[in-house]
Design a protein around this ligand. Structure first.
Ligand code: AFP
Length: 337
């Protein structure tokens, strides 16, 4: 019989093997996984659980909040605030940081999340997910401030996402490769299905919202035009396109079979660097992709080297199979010259 390795066992073994995961970080990751399990059950009930539809409110970015956005946010906070492993949390759904209340012990980690990514997919029964990133609070000063979170992605100590699709799958890195765990609903635990995931360096598949093409800058248009030209064009091969409108699902596909995902800057809101959020969307996904042998840039520089200055900072994103990411980045840098 094949050995079934639970997430708990995987984390304990990681902790024992090289001390990569201190006990408090292990606890944190188990608690995040437990919260994702609860979100998965809520997502799964759908209309029967009265969790569908709009909550009638907007988040700090002016986006309409769905009931599940709020449920997922509260689930992550409630699960994480009392364990003593965290100093504070930040979320797409909250304007400021959430400092662990005084009645609980304070730990040394900072947790950031997009509690429910791809919320436009909720009401149509399509894949959605939770994305998370973990940092360590470096400064020993009392209290927690926004500035404690302003660390580049290369400082993350753990990152991952949970996709709520036909299966619920948690994907994780602590800097030692990427591992995937699928939720066994009867047993109630996440079971390891694959580790040391690797993305092919070349691909024939891209993911981008093509309806925005007229708003992109020239290097982005050039890259996509060349892909669309197929065998007869400069690339000499035919490309396929996929777009799920949930970054979690698009990144999951890329980790499973390669590809390139792009959400570029566009002219409609020139002052915004992009649509996606640096600290709790782009950074964790970039680390997973890099750990799997892929690359991730903002079309010019490595995303994980960007110094954040705002909690809800936005960024242009191109990530996935290495050679394609390098090509898109090169086209932009050449045009800059
Ligand atoms: P929401 O979570 O607010 O629905 O946004 C999802 C997302 O940020 C990202 O997950 C998708 O890749 C992208 O937006 C989809 O954007 P389009 O609306 O342009 O398809």
């Amino acid at each position: 019989m094949t050995r079934r390795v639970s997430l708990t066992r995987y984390l304990v073994e990681q902790q024992r093997a090289d001390g990569r995961i201190p006990p408090q970080l292990r606890l944190l990751l188990e608690v995040v996984a437990r919260a994702c399990k609860r979100i998965s059950f809520a997502v799964n009930k759908g209309e029967l659980g009265e969790v569908m539809g709009s909550a009638g409110s907007e988040n700090v970015q002016g986006e309409v909040q769905k009931k599940l956005d709020i449920i997922a946010n509260e689930t992550l906070i409630e699960a994480n605030e009392w364990g003593g492993h965290l100093a504070a949390m930040a979320s797409e759904e909250m304007e400021g940081i959430y400092v662990v209340p005084n009645r609980y012990p304070q730990g040394e980690y900072l947790l950031m999340f997009d509690p429910l990514d791809g919320s436009s997919n909720i009401d149509i029964n399509m894949s959605i997910g939770t994305i998370f990133s973990v940092l360590k609070k470096h400064d020993a000063h009392p209290g927690v401030h926004d500035s404690d979170f302003f660390q580049p992605g290369n400082q993350q100590v753990a990152a991952g996402y949970c996709i709520y699709g036909p299966q619920t799958t948690l994907v994780l890195t602590v800097g030692d490769g990427v591992a995937m765990f699928t939720l066994d609903r009867e047993q109630g635990s996440f079971i390891l299905i694959e580790e040391n995931i690797k993305i092919p360096e070349d691909t024939k598949e891209f993911a981008i919202n093509m309806s925005n093409m007229r708003h992109w800058d020239e290097p982005m248009k050039r890259y996509i035009d060349e892909c669309l030209a197929g065998e007869d064009g400069p690339r000499g091969k035919n490309f396929n396109m996929r777009w799920v409108a949930a970054m979690v699902a698009d990144v999951h596909r890329i980790l499973c079979r390669g590809g390139v995902f792009m959400y570029p800057w566009d002219k409609r809101e020139p002052h915004k660097a992009g649509k996606l959020r640096l600290m709790y969307e782009a950074n964790p996904m970039s680390w997973l992709i890099e750990q799997a042998g892929g690359a991730s840039t903002n079309c010019r520089e490595r995303i994980m080297d960007i110094q954040p200055t705002e909690l809800h900072q936005r960024v242009a994103v191109v990530l996935g199979s290495k050679n394609e990411v390098e090509r898109v980045t090169r086209y932009h840098l050449e045009a800059d010259k």
